[in-house]
Design a protein around this ligand. Structure first.
Ligand code: NAP
Length: 277
């Protein structure tokens, strides 16, 4: 059975299946459902909540804040600083704004959303200050390809714990070189858009395989990412679909099934630029 927790390079533990929040907080009519879905996920053990100052211009952080109110200690909270804010001072200021929206006094994992114009050493200096002050428990990056990771490793004092990248059965480019590099250095891989924002679920091959296993296409897509040792963070505003996604933790994929999946969704045979959304 896939493990429910992973120990990061700095010794802290994080759930291996989380919940995304992109597109939450955009409309007041769906707010109740979004909060109910996140809370259901927390109750079911998907206590990792991934958000960002970018999502709904802070609106998603507010939804996440409301969902975790009264249960902060159960949650592993991830948020991200926009590259345009990621200067030495700007990172701290953006972080404090995120704290307010989230209604908490710490964030478990703080990520640089993608590479921007500020030098990495500035951003990481700010992350180190937050770490020293106990305001974050770990930091990392997102959308970093191999060359970015190699450069980042010159400035992060070995402290980058996570790289959050687009990864799913239909987008396996990171398996060429990035995934192995990260594994070797114990940098955990969070898989964003694990359902390719539902595009993957329309694949006839995935549907056929899921039917064969008497599970849903979403469960198969998530179970495969768990098997790969990555941390999928599917977003759902539906309690029913959160319950469905949670069951991915109970699925073991036998080598024969993995082989068939490789046939339908072949691994890369050359270097591809990092896929992003
Ligand atoms: P995703 O999780 O692949 O797909 C989300 C979509 O799938 C939603 O439309 C959701 O609809 C639907 N869905 C969820 N569970 C389902 C199920 N069991 N069956 C059918 N449909 C299902 O896409 P994502 O939101 O782009 O990625 C997940 C999270 O990763 C984001 O929310 C965000 O936190 C993070 N992310 C990070 C970056 C980055 O640059 N670091 C980029 C993209 C995403 P309902 O809500 O109606 O269920």
């Amino acid at each position: 059975m896939p493990s429910h927790v992973i120990t990061l390079a700095n010794g802290i533990t994080m759930p291996t299946l989380g919940q995304g929040t992109w597109f939450m907080g955009e409309s007041s009519s769906s707010r109740k459902d979004e909060i109910a879905a996140l809370q259901k996920g927390i109750d079911l053990g998907m206590t990792l909540i991934d958000t960002a100052e970018m999502y709904a211009s802070g609106g998603a952080e507010k939804v996440a804040g409301e969902a975790i109110a009264g249960r902060r200690d159960k949650v592993f909270l991830v948020s991200k600083v926009l590259p345009g804010n990621a200067s030495r001072k700007g990172t701290i200021a953006a972080f404090e704004r995120s704290l307010k929206r989230l209604g908490t006094d710490y964030i478990d994992l703080y990520l640089l959303h993608w590479r921007g114009g500020y030098p990495l050493d500035e951003t990481f200096d700010a992350m180190e200050r937050l770490l020293d002050a106990g305001k974050i428990r770990a930091y990392g990056v997102s959308n970093f390809d191999l060359d970015d990771m190699q450069e980042a490793s010159q400035y992060d004092r070995g402290h980058i714990c996570v790289n959050q990248v687009l990864y799913n059965l239909a987008s396996r480019g990171i398996e060429w070189d990035l995934l192995g590099w990260l594994r070797k250095r114990n940098v955990a891989v969070m898989a964003y858009s694990p359902l390719y924002q539902t595009r993957l679920l329309k694949s006839p091959g995935l549907k056929r395989m899921a039917e064969e296993l008497s599970i849903t296409p979403a469960q198969l897509a998530l179970a495969w990412l768990l098997h790969q040792g990555t941390i999928p963070i599917p977003k759902s505003s539906s309690v029913k679909r959160v319950e469905e996604n949670r069951k991915a933790w109970d699925i073991v994929l036998e080598p024969e099934i993995l082989g068939k999946l490789d046939g339908i969704f072949p691994p890369p045979d050359h270097k591809m630029p990092l896929d992003v959304l």
